[in-house]
Design a protein around this ligand. Structure first.
Ligand SMILES: Cc1cc2nc3c(=O)[nH]c(=O)nc-3n(C[C@H](O)[C@H](O)[C@H](O)COP(=O)(O)OP(=O)(O)OC[C@H]3O[C@@H](n4cnc5c(N)ncnc54)[C@H](O)[C@@H]3O)c2cc1C
Length: 444
């Protein structure tokens, strides 16, 4: 299938479900505005992509999560002859999206598991199980923990995030973050299940930027709703290092202070300075709190590989500066290394939907660069996000971004960005449809 056709087909597939979801919330004006934008994008004159790429072209992708799987799939489709090698250290991928529902017993970990077998069988991606421990940005090589060295024409890094150490935590597993879906998610779920009926849950929110801006607030709402149903004398203390809700303020403040007001205590400007897992105490700039269950979400930075390679040159040295036309690193000499997903520093949120979109923009750009062309000068991305406000109802938020040549950044298109007014059951059902479409577009 030709790249242009496929781009339209997949964009329409995901967008249609997103817009149906938004429309399903009953707010047709917002949905129609977003639809108008998409139609405008279809009408927009994009440069006609030239399929091609030398048969000898090689691209290594490190990390097979939302960003890495997307770029590997679409590079194979659009690169026409480019051999893509995906190096991933885990045998299967567990989705972070929807993982907070494991905490309330609404989902199990198996329902969030994906693998890379379709990328190999259907798209010809060479999947290597391995841990990349070093990269050579100038020589365009990666070294695996086994000592194997792989070289290519371009490298794409998509290793997700890493966490700051929290003073006092050490190697204790008593205060899991569960912000990288996996064993910590199951652990936190079992800690909640064992909590006494009058127990206190503490959830800490790190300073921005962090993975999934609405994520901690939606988790708080979900846990608060679970407390009401299962631990009626329990309570939830949310310790937010930020000065206020960092996104979807109307819906979250109505939920925190209205719907869940009897359960949630919300403390802002509360930066965690230290913890004591033995006494389950959390020390913050706003005082000391004790919980029976502590969901400690530390401050975040790019995956270790990016930081160790000296590519984290933005956001106080936490994330990787990139040229958003191609996602090439902005570090001098590292132009053949592209960084996508949560590791990169852009004006777009650190979200799975955006990681998928960045994967496509990057795949398109590399396909062009490999045949001596320039990247598309007008990339557009979009993101939809559903937030669980109760165990059965959700709100939604959608945003579109367009390249702004004046600032060299992706800029929000206000007319195409919207949030639901309130939450309802239809949105909750639409969330599942959106999730399935996004994951199919990434892994299948
Ligand atoms: C609770 C929660 C809810 C969320 N909800 C949403 C939502 O509703 N909507 C949304 O859009 N986003 C959501 N997100 C955010 C989304 O999950 C992330 O933004 C997305 O996963 C980022 O993709 P990524 O590819 O950058 O990183 P990841 O998906 O984490 O993938 C990174 C991959 O790289 C691999 N890797 C790392 N280092 C190496 C190495 N050295 N060698 C080999 N492999 C390596 C890892 O094993 C992993 O598979 C949520 C996140 C959380 C925590």
């Amino acid at each position: 299938m030709k790249r242009r056709h496929f781009l339209n087909a997949t964009a329409a597939g995901v967008t249609a479900s997103v817009l149906a979801a938004c429309g399903g919330g009953g707010d047709s004006t917002d949905a129609q505005q977003a639809l108008g934008f998409e139609q405008a994008q279809d009408a927009k004159k994009r440069p006609t992509p030239v399929l091609g790429g030398s048969a000898k072209s090689q691209v290594i992708v490190v990390g097979g999560g939302m960003a890495g799987a997307s770029v590997a799939k679409y590079l194979s489709l659009w690169g026409d002859g480019v051999q893509v090698t995906l190096v991933e250290r885990a045998t299967s991928y567990t989705s972070n999206i929807m993982s907070s529902m494991v905490l309330t017993g609404q989902r199990n970990m198996g329902s969030l598991a994906y693998n890379h077998s379709t990328l190999a069988s259907k798209y010809g991606v060479k999947v290597v199980l391995g841990d990349v421990v070093n990269i050579d940005p100038v020589g365009v090589k990666v070294t695996l923990s086994t000592g194997t060295v792989l070289s290519a024409d371009r490298i794409v890094l998509a290793p997700g995030i890493d966490f700051d150490e929290v003073p006092g935590l050490g190697t204790s597993n008593k205060m899991p973050h569960a912000w990288q879906a996996g064993p910590q998610t199951s652990l936190l779920a079992s800690q909640l299940a064992a909590m006494p009926s009058n127990g206190t849950v503490i959830l800490t929110i790190p300073k921005v930027p962090y993975r999934c801006p609405p994520g901690p607030y939606e988790r708080a709402c979900l846990v608060a709703d679970w407390i009401k149903a299962r631990r009626p004398r329990g309570k939830l203390v949310v310790l937010d290092a930020n000065l206020d809700f960092v996104t979807e303020k109307d819906n979250f403040s109505n939920a925190f202070f209205g719907l869940h007001g009897g359960v949630i205590e919300y403390v802002t400007n509360a930066t965690v300075t230290q913890v004591d897992p033995a006494s389950m105490q959390v020390y913050t700039t706003q005082g000391v709190y004790r919980g029976d269950v502590v969901n400690l979400i530390p401050r975040q930075k790019a995956g270790r590989l990016v930081v160790d390679a000296g590519l984290a040159n933005a956001t106080e040295g936490r994330f990787a500066g990139v040229n958003v036309l191609s996602y090439a690193s902005t570090v001098a000499g590292a132009e053949k290394v592209h960084i996508i997903g949560d590791s990169s520093a852009t004006t777009q949120p650190k979200a799975g939907h955006i990681a998928n979109q960045e994967g496509k923009v990057c795949a398109d750009a590399i396909s062009r660069l490999l045949v001596g062309q320039q990247p598309d000068p007008e990339p557009v991305t979009n993101s939809a996000c559903f937030s669980t406000i109760t165990m059965t109802q959700a709100s939604w938020l959608t945003a579109a971004f367009q390249y702004d040549p004046a600032t060299l950044a992706m800029k929000v298109v206000p007319a195409s960005s919207a949030a639901s007014t309130g939450w309802n059951k239809d949105n909750f059902e639409d969330m599942s449809t959106w999730f399935k479409a996004l994951m199919a577009d990434t892994f299948a």
